[in-house]
Design a protein around this ligand. Structure first.
Ligand code: FPP
Length: 236
């Protein structure tokens, strides 16, 4: 056997299908999100066990604010609970937790709790769990352009200083490597404003499984598939 295993350092996931999972069972959408939050727990643990160093999960997009207010309220409630209970356990297991997205949109108590968790877990190094919350990639890119324009206006940089590295450093994800693999559950084959800049060379995997049904066994199979892919980055 040839040893051609790719290095899966960073896994990004679009957790989709909670609503359909609930609908199929005649349950309210909130039940799907609740079950989805349990899957999050299993997958974070499994990713850590597999030696994955960075896991980025799309928990709530900028566009999700337009959902029914009741659903948004329910998701925020779930998040509040998660921040209190589950993340505590996760952080005790040596996981560093960070958040990307527009925090000013979130309730003050949630934003405060997020900053506290980030501070408390900053020195953990088993794995980094990055939660995209109120996140939109185009918004992130525009914010980066604004920062760069301001630096240029102040005369701190010249146009020649603007390159890929500098641009990457202006994004929320500046401290983490680009994803090697992006998985989307639920059968939809689109990116939905997620990490557009960062996935330039990521491998993509779409599975029909609805997020609440996603398992560590399926994850292991997808990682196996990833390991057999040839990544060329545009070279021959
Ligand atoms: C997509 O399913 C899922 C979301 C918009 C939210 C994801 C949230 C969780 C998995 C639970 C909370 C997570 C944390 C970290 C506490 P959908 O509602 O779009 O499903 P549908 O496309 O079938 O309607």
């Amino acid at each position: 056997m040839t040893d051609k295993t790719n290095s899966l350092q960073h896994l990004a996931i679009i957790m989709d299908g909670n609503g359909r999972w609930a609908k199929k069972r005649g349950l309210p959408r909130s039940a799907g999100h609740k079950k989805g939050a349990e899957t999050v727990k299993d997958i974070v643990r499994a990713a850590g066990d597999m030696g994955i160093k960075y896991l980025t999960l799309y928990a709530f997009s900028t566009e999700n604010w337009q959902r029914d207010p009741e659903e948004v309220k329910g998701l925020m409630g779930l998040l509040r609970e998660y921040l209190k209970s589950e993340l505590k356990e996760i952080q005790e297991n040596g996981v560093r937790i960070m958040f990307i997205g527009e925090r000013q949109m979130l309730d003050a108590d949630i934003a405060e709790q997020m900053s506290k968790i980030e501070k408390d877990t900053a020195d953990n190094d088993k794995m980094t769990l990055c939660i995209a919350l109120s996140y939109g990639s185009r918004q992130e890119i525009v914010a980066a352009v604004q920062k760069i324009a301001l630096l240029a206006k102040k005369g701190d940089i010249s146009t020649n200083d603007i390159d890929i590295k500098m641009f990457s450093d202006m994004l929320y994800t500046k401290d983490i490597p680009d994803p090697d693999l992006l998985i989307r559950t639920s059968g939809e084959q689109r990116i939905s404003n997620y990490l557009l800049w960062q996935i330039a060379y990521s491998e993509l995997f779409f599975t029909p499984t609805l997020w609440p049904d996603f398992s560590k066994e399926e994850l292991a199979g997808i990682v196996d598939n990833f390991n057999r892919r040839e990544r060329r980055y545009g070279k021959n």
